[in-house]
Design a protein around this ligand. Structure first.
Ligand code: FES
Ligand SMILES: [Fe+2]
Length: 386
């Protein structure tokens, strides 16, 4: 189905829900044990079986546009370096010198064709090869070919740099995305431009991430902000592990003909959920917000990396840059002061014994799907290093 036909169908489905005051629903409510958020063994298993061994979103093509562009970031205490090599290929390395392990770069983005270790100046090229050893004769024998940066399985697809955090564990992106690949590709993220970055500390990663997957709270918690325009009415489609949620916007009311594109951007708001921890909000208009919810060092903490992308270039356009900065300020405040405040208030009761289970509604079924997928992966055998 073409992208336009898909959008028309989504708009049509949303219009029906809005006029009948309904929403997509699952068969039944679901009881989710509160211990899922508290049990150290469950948390550890999620870290080992999912975050360390399954494909994760590490970065975006838009932040590695040219050879030498890099992003250094830390996930689960693993320091990572994403670089586009001089051959045009995006790779993921451990951001650790092969001499005595010094972190080569502090977290952030930049451009360099060579990476020199700040300790003894061993130098690596943009493809991770060790190309220089300071005072090599004094140092002694070594085979430079064996001392390149440690590479992780990594692939670029749909404008996203994917990787697996454990060296040697393979990454089969086709298997991971399945039927979601064309859905994600339709957003054309590779053609967008990184405008702003923010980060937000939060509670347990699942408590924080749960809120990205239901629209039930929209017209309550977000009444003063995004709830003014976006209705809780929601479509939720599952594509294997991953999901696409569609929220109705105020513009949908005035739309009589579902084929009246491009008014579709004012009629519906998309959120794409990449399992296990990424939300892409927007993309039908001129901006999108990608949130990577990263588990913290402890079970009770997380850090969300927020990247705002602009459809139009921002580098030579001060007005567009300013627009994106304002949008980033606004959306960061909404998530911090509304979503994460509510999430903190959930975290605050977890250990109180008030609830043995949470009841996840039929209208919150993307959340049901997410927690079922997590359980499946916790129970599955670990993908092995090759
Ligand atoms: S630790 Fe990097 S050169 Fe020595
Ligand atoms: Fe929210």
């Amino acid at each position: 189905m073409s992208t336009t036909a898909t959008l028309n169908t989504l708009v049509e489905r949303s219009m029906r829900h809005l006029s009948e005051r309904t929403t997509d629903q699952s068969e039944a409510t679901m009881e989710l044990p509160v211990s899922d958020y508290l049990d150290e063994a469950i948390w550890r298993r999620e870290m080992d079986a999912i975050f360390m061994r399954r494909p994760l979103v590490l970065g975006y093509s838009a932040e590695l546009k040219a050879p030498g562009d890099y992003r250094a970031l830390t996930i689960r205490k693993i320091p990572l370096l994403l670089v586009r090599g001089k051959d045009g290929v995006a790779r993921a390395f451990l951001n650790a010198c092969r001499h005595r392990g010094t972190q080569l770069l502090t977290d952030g983005c930049g451009h360099a064709m060579r990476f020199a270790c700040p300790y003894h100046a061993w130098t690596y090229d943009s493809q991770g090869a060790l190309v220089g050893v300071y005072l090599e004769k004094q140092f002694g024998d070594l085979d430079k070919r064996e001392r390149g940066l440690t590479q992780l399985s990594c692939v670029e697809r749909a404008g996203i740099i994917w990787g697996v955090l454990t060296p040697g564990v393979p990454l089969d992106i086709d298997a991971w995305l399945g039927t979601y690949a064309p859905v994600l590709e339709s957003l054309q993220i590779a053609d967008w431009h990184v405008a702003e970055r923010r980060s937000l500390p939060g509670p347990n990663w699942k408590v924080a991430f749960d809120g990205y997957m239901e629209g039930y709270h929209f017209n309550v918690l977000h009444r003063p902000s995004v709830g003014k325009d976006t209705k809780g009415t929601m479509l939720g489609d599952q594509f294997g592990l991953h999901q696409r949620l569609i929220f109705a916007r105020e513009g949908l009311r005035g739309l009589s003909d579902p084929e009246a594109l491009p008014a579709v951007a004012d009629a519906v708001f998309p959120v794409h959920i990449i399992y296990p921890n990424v939300s892409i909000a927007g993309g039908y208009q001129d901006q999108m917000l990608i949130s990577q919810v990263l588990p913290g060092d402890t079970m009770d903490t997380s850090l969300t990396l927020m990247t705002v992308l602009s459809r139009k270039p921002v580098d030579n356009d001060d007005r567009q840059r300013e627009r994106m900065r304002k949008y980033a300020d606004y959306i960061q405040a909404v998530i911090r002061d509304e979503d994460y405040l509510a999430a903190d208030r959930i975290q605050a009761t977890l250990r109180s014994g008030a609830n043995e289970t949470f009841l996840i509604g039929r209208n919150e079924y993307p959340l049901q799907h997410f927690h079922r997928c997590l359980k499946q992966h916790r129970d599955a055998d670990l993908p092995r290093a090759e």
